[in-house]
Design a protein around this ligand. Sequence first.
Ligand SMILES: C[C@H](O)[C@H](O)[C@H]1CNC2=NC(N)=NC(=O)C2=N1
Length: 101
Amino acid sequence: MSRPKLDSTTISQKLAAVSQWNIDAGETALTRSFKFKDFSEAFGFMARAALVAEKLDHHPEWKNVYRTVEVRLTTHDAGGLTQLDFDLAGAMDTIAASTGQ
Ligand SMILES: C[C@H](O)[C@H](O)[C@H]1CNC2=NC(N)=NC(=O)C2=N1
């Protein structure tokens, strides 16, 4: 399901709830780097996050190097940020907090 692209004011307000995320120039994406205890924890996080992403039908752009996972969230269909990006960011924070970050 397609969601409306959020405006600048709404993005700033919603960022308060996911304060460890950054907004890229142009406000097209949320980014965050997660660092875990080791590769196993990092990959476990990705596996759990992948299941949530699939359930939301909203998928991250991400890169894993050893125990670091770099995530970029944007809504391709909308060409910018939507509520789905904030939903997935919040879910990833919750998963990471219960993993060996
Ligand atoms: C058909 C399906 O709902 C779309 O292609 C979904 C899949 N996952 C997606 N993920 C992201 N990040 N952006 C999208 O626009 C998107 N669209």
